[in-house]
Design a protein around this ligand. Sequence first.
Ligand SMILES: [Zn+2]
Length: 313
Amino acid sequence: MISIGIDIGGTAIKGVLTDSDRGELARTQRPTLAAESRDATITQLHACIEELSAQSPMQVLAGIGLGVPGAIDHAQGLVLHPPNLPDWDAVPLVDILARRWSVTVRLENDANCAALGERHYGAGKAHDHFVALTLGTGVGGGIIVNGRIYHGQRGFAGEFGHITLDPDGPVCNCGNRGCIEAYLGMQYLMREAIAVLRKDTGSVLHIPATEDADHLTPKDLSEAAMRGDQSCKNILHRAGLRLGIVIASVANLLDITTFIIGGGIAGAGAPLFRGIEESARTRVLKVHRDSLTILPAELGNDAGMLGAASLLR
Ligand SMILES: [Zn+2]
């Protein structure tokens, strides 16, 4: 079965043509043009699909799967106010694409697509039940039960990022205080890191944090940590400890003990994962302790588009 998977991000639209037996056949990428207009983004979307469908070997396309950065009305095929696409309100994306391409179109939240991608092609291949976390600009979550996305009553399940860690903590994008996203979302993590690094004159990132803080990324933290920088190790370890607290609660709640961690910050590697292991394993109920499995995601930025393509299965 040939299908197209598209991951619509705030900066890039990434697309892949897949065969359910042979995997990836072709891929493409275009800028989202989110700041221009909704129509500009949709034109880019059509261009990606056109390019990929032209490479379909049998010219028979089973359908198009779309991962979008926001909430979805599954019944009506609407994308609802995605925060990174400011010109979008409630957009009937399924209708728009089905009219133009005359194929089945399926829509899914981007974090759920990433979870599905890992399920079919990555770290979740051997796991029927897991929670996939994407640590990027925000903290996304996708819950896989019996190999399929768990949507909840109205389709909004998996908002892992807005679980409260500290009711008096920093203000989160959602308006609440102390969500896990308000600690591990990219901008929050870097803000806290920069404050630490500015005080630590011995850190290799002291000067960049003081003079060029806007260009520092989680990758810089992890590279410095790998070179032995103690402050960077501590920052990432603390992030892991915090994430592990929430993971333990989710494992207790759902009786799901496999967690797949991806996204930019997950590239931080050992100190982050050590922190997660430490706090999750000590806090989770004894009955889950031995089965708790924390895995790094395997697909990187490709998880979303591959998961979107698998929506047609
Ligand atoms: Zn929040």
